[in-house]
Design a protein around this ligand. Sequence first.
Ligand SMILES: Nc1nc2c(ncn2[C@@H]2O[C@H](COP(=O)(O)OP(=O)(O)OP(=O)(O)O)[C@@H](O)[C@H]2O)c(=O)[nH]1
Ligand SMILES: [Mg+2]
Length: 201
Amino acid sequence: MNTTQKILCDTKYLKTEFDALTLGESEAEISFIGRSNVGKSSLINALCQKKKMAYVSQVPGKTRTINVYEVKRGRWIVDLPGYGYIVGSRHERERLGPTIEGYLSSREKLHMIFFIVDAVAGPTKLDIIMIGWLRHHSLPFSIVVNKIDKVKSSRFEQRKKDVVAELVVDVCDISWVSSKKNTGIVDLQKIVAKSLDIKVL
Ligand SMILES: Nc1nc2c(ncn2[C@@H]2O[C@H](COP(=O)(O)OP(=O)(O)OP(=O)(O)O)[C@@H](O)[C@H]2O)c(=O)[nH]1
Ligand SMILES: [Mg+2]
């Protein structure tokens, strides 16, 4: 285990909120957003080398609240509800959009938004709209393509080209990972630690 991994391994569940207004302040935080079922919670677990810290489900729409995990005092990893699936009661559906938007537009110490895209299904129209929204608001984001284990190796290079073209980004600005197989996780752990201003000696 390298030093970054030892630090991330200490991450613990801190709290759950329904609204960004009651979240309180962090010293530095990063968050994971993306379509429902893309693997945001799984990725947080893989980065922190936990099996069951963040709730994972086969059923889209598992994360419906803002869940905070603390790496070190005041350094937060925030798991957000996914978008794109119509699930839950009408009241809940109407709450989730403003919850995500309210969170993203109100956090003073939000150092990085990890924008997760599905390697097979994405980027979807909603992903492209969301990225446009992040760009419009000048929010700092980093794209992570998850579930690359589901792409045949013979198709991977073409898939990369397609994603890069659709998102209009540089290929080096994307992390290609599989939270299931742990591919690409070591490099992403370094980006996470850096984004949280965690000094690795
Ligand atoms: N094959 C594969 N499956 C994955 C990977 N990452 C996550 N999954 C699966 O995808 C499903 C959804 O994972 P979650 O982590 O709950 O996804 P989420 O984005 O947090 O979903 P919501 O909370 O509903 O927004 C689960 O069945 C995971 O096991 C991956 O890298 N590869
Ligand atoms: Mg989740």
